[in-house]
Design a protein around this ligand. Structure first.
Ligand code: SF4
Length: 318
């Protein structure tokens, strides 16, 4: 019989969340990106049977301005009647009521039994966080508790802003900050992830958090044959992460849902046309690479990690 969840005693009053609605009020327009208000009914979303073990995900923003060409989460905009995958990075929904919704959700979730992951779909420290600070407010909402298993996945150095808060959370909860970084090559990074932080900035942020006592890990996602899977490149990345205080590394091979496939192949045609045909063949029958290819990518990363003194990291989806 599974143990009963411990009673969660809220240190402050919980209000029932406002009814969810997709919104439509533009909060800000800049540089071709529109930030649109959205309210939601729930912010702790149960993720079951995925690549990672069961957990609750928290994504305060829908869409992501970082605009990574391979991003698997593009399909999430299709549920909002936004079929163009470019809308994913040009119209970002800001879930303005999530701090109060979290208080309500925590009453009903089994948060002592399952982890909470920030950013399993979209980046919680993407540029909108500068102004709206929703991720920060959600993290502050977890401060009064103890003993949760928390993880944050990001490609942004903005996480450094919250170093004191994260160090405080780490003293109360089991916290890991996973820096998603697929290369140290600034040219490749810029081409594939045009508005995410540069690799060096991410590694600096990682070093700052590690020095403050926050557990940090490297997430090499995605691993893409012919682009970032060279032994030398992976070795360099693992060594830099180790120097920045990372404890472990985990890799994720590229997989392509339909919305991501269109965008990724258009990127290949523009930037690496010689790889277009091999990738078409590799993804002809499945959204995943063949098992042997995935195993080879995993083995390469494992060798690079071992040489750098990094352990094996946790499984995650992004
Ligand atoms: S940072 Fe993550 S969520 Fe944002 S576009 Fe890149 S892969 Fe997608």
């Amino acid at each position: 019989m599974s143990p009963q969840p411990r009673q969660l005693v809220l240190p402050f009053a919980a209000r029932a969340p406002a009814p969810g609605r997709p919104g439509g009020v533009a909060l800000e327009r800049r540089g071709g990106v529109e930030l649109v208000e959205m309210t939601c009914r729930s912010i702790l979303n149960w993720v079951q049977g995925s690549r990672a073990s069961d957990f609750y995900s928290i994504n305060p923003y829908r869409g992501c301005e970082h605009a990574c060409a391979y991003c698997y989460a593009r399909y999430t905009h299709e549920f909002l009647d936004q079929p163009g995958s470019a809308d994913f990075e040009r119209r970002v929904y800001v879930k303005v009521n999530v701090p109060e919704v979290l208080v309500h959700d925590l009453r009903h979730a089994k948060v002592y039994e399952h982890g909470i992951s920030f950013g399993s779909a979209t980046d919680p420290y993407q540029p909108a966080e500068h102004r709206f600070r929703l991720t920060r407010r959600l993290l502050e909402g977890l401060l009064p508790f103890r003993g949760f298993s928390l993880s944050i996945v990001t490609k942004s150095a903005l996480v450094e802003r919250d170093v004191e808060l994260l160090a405080e959370l780490a003293s109360r909860h089991e916290l890991a900050v996973l820096f998603s970084c697929m290369t140290t090559d600034p040219v490749l990074q810029r081409a594939l992830e045009p508005r995410a932080s540069a690799p060096e900035r991410r590694l600096q942020a990682m070093a700052r958090l590690s020095a403050a006592g926050v557990h940090t890990e490297l997430l090499v996602a995605p691993l893409m044959p012919g682009l970032n899977d060279g032994e030398e490149a992976l070795g360099r990345l693992c060594r830099r992460a180790r120097e920045a205080g990372a404890v472990s590394v985990f890799g994720q091979a590229l997989f392509l849902f339909e919305a991501s496939r269109r965008r990724f192949f258009s990127w290949l045609e523009q930037h690496r046309p010689e790889l277009t045909e091999p990738y078409r063949r590799a993804f002809a029958r499945s959204r995943e690479l063949d098992r042997e290819v995935r195993d080879e990518l995993s083995d390469r990363l494992t060798r690079a990690a071992a040489a750098a003194g990094l352990g094996a990291g946790r499984r995650t989806v992004r």
